[in-house]
Design a binder for this molecule. Structure first.
Ligand SMILES: [Zn+2]
Length: 247
């Protein structure tokens, strides 16, 4: 990551105030400006090429990019080399020459950073992955491998579908505790951010270390792609986190 790339992302994306307190890491939540354009092909190789292209446009070395196939699972793995990781929704690394990428268009991009071990994680947080405890999996892996104390973990949740836009069908209600569901005129809505926050808390992450970027992807169509808002054929925001600023 060089300074021009940092500037590009700062200018074209959003960042978390808490994570910005740590100059040793770099991150950006994407917008339409630096995202993947709408496309029919979701093949992992195609996606990786597009992500590399988008990164390249921003001046990031395409040989540093780590992408995930993203299948709404709770699969998390430690990565030590660039590439596309199949059947994975979370990646963790301590390596300073990798840039982790999450693609989103309503799901929540979630970044975790441990200032002590300097481990970073990027999680694709859809309701399925969150319900399947992708957060607990990631924190457990960070604890076991990098001796991370969850109380010190810094977390940021990027733009996603939010409360009054997150309509859910009766068929999926059983996945959630009642306190995360609201009901208006016989329609159910998921309190998505509250659910994510509660899962972070369950894993030992404290509220003062959780930053929530307050943007709904569907309510801000000029800024964000939205799977629901754009009627399913839409682009993807690219969200990046990495370490090691190259001078
Ligand atoms: Zn909304």
């Amino acid at each position: 990551m060089n300074k021009n790339s940092q500037k590009f992302f700062r200018d074209n994306g959003l960042s978390s105030g808490i994570l910005n307190q740590y100059p040793e890491i770099f991150h950006s939540f994407g917008s339409r400006v630096n995202g993947l354009s709408p496309q029919k092909s979701q093949h992992p190789d195609h996606l990786y090429k597009c992500a590399q292209q988008a990164a390249n446009n921003a001046g990031v070395d395409i040989n540093q990019i780590v992408c995930m196939e993203q299948i709404h699972s709770n699969n998390v793995q430690i990565v030590k080399s660039p590439g596309i990781y199949e059947q994975t929704d979370g990646v963790i690394t301590q390596k300073t020459d990798l840039v982790l990428c999450i693609q989103t268009a309503d799901c929540a991009p979630i970044f975790l950073f441990d200032p002590d071990s300097r481990a970073i994680a990027a999680l694709h947080g859809g309701w399925r992955g969150i319900s399947r405890d992708i957060i607990a999996n990631a924190v457990k892996i960070m604890k076991n491998n990098f001796n991370v104390n969850p109380k010190k973990l810094i977390t940021a949740i990027g733009p996603s579908l939010r409360n009054s836009c997150f309509e859910i069908g009766e068929d999926v209600l059983h996945h959630f505790d009642k306190k995360f569901i609201s009901n208006k005129e016989n329609q159910y809505y998921l309190k998505f951010v509250e659910l994510i926050k509660s899962k972070l808390n369950d894993s030992g992450i404290t509220n003062h270390n959780i930053d929530i970027l307050n943007y709904c992807t569907q309510c801000n169509p000029e800024q964000f792609f939205s799977y629901r808002g754009d009627d399913q054929i839409t682009g993807r925001m690219l969200n990046f986190i990495g370490m090691g600023l190259v001078e």
